[in-house]
Design a protein around this ligand. Sequence first.
Ligand code: AKB
Length: 317
Amino acid sequence: MQRILIIGALGQLGSEIALECRRRYGAENVVLTDIRNDVNRPLIEGGPFYLVDARDGKAIDEIVRRHKIDTIYHLAALLSARAEQDPLGAWNLNINGLIASLEVAREHGCAVFTPSSIGAFGPTTPKQFTPQDTIQRPTSIYGVSKVSGELLCDYYHHRWDVDTRGIRFPGVISNLTPPGGGTTDYAVEIYYEAVRNKHYTCFLRGDTYLDMIYMPDAVDAAIAIMEADPSALRHRNAFNIAAMSFCPEEQAAYIRTHIPEFTISYAIDPVRQAIADSWPDCMEDYAARVEWGFTPRYDLASMTADMIKTITDREGV
Ligand code: AKB
């Protein structure tokens, strides 16, 4: 029986993992927390919800006891671009929040899912077909916190036998909850602007390649790894997953197959460009495919068709 706690449940990834977990395991078995409660009323009212700071280990401990939680999805974090504006705040939330969850998991025997990121790599990492196990010397504070998080999760597993598991997410593209403060946010914004204004001004260069994944595949991956047979997991905390790799120019070309008048221009943000330039162009994800069966369904063509249809239908354009 899975009894799940999702910390950071109202964010881009959390809100969709929460919906799918409630559908699979029953709303009463999926407890949500977030530091805010002023968005997404249906999710807040659809099952147990608590207003909690992810660093508040005591509050998390009480929730885990009260609801007999066995699995924690720890999703609260500042993303890469936002983190550069407040490096100490990012370190504080990304690391102390994670430690709070790991300590509660150690005490109560919970499994813990933690998202890492392509941000855990840096300029000295091989850029093409980035291997699962390779150089990790990130230059952003977000990346530094993500590598540290991977190591912390490994440590809690080896030292305390906590069932920690995790994925290095590429940019996640979705149409329910907007991302906030990421370097890959452009790849979501472009679809909204294409439908609304037929034009997008991109903050990255047109030839900047990055890995991306569509939300349905990201949600399936997060749940699949937590349901995987633990004896099959050799890497545990930092599986590369890569569904597709593209640059803004290519994404714009695919959008034009649906909206021929769409145009793109560029106003480069040097901070986010430097972060993107330090990340891989495309990762190799063999370990995730072999160890727990990662099989993404969407590529750039099918994702673009679905994003444009969903946004157009919703906005009545
Ligand atoms: C970001 O851009 O910061 C995130 C990520 C790739 O981890 N979307």
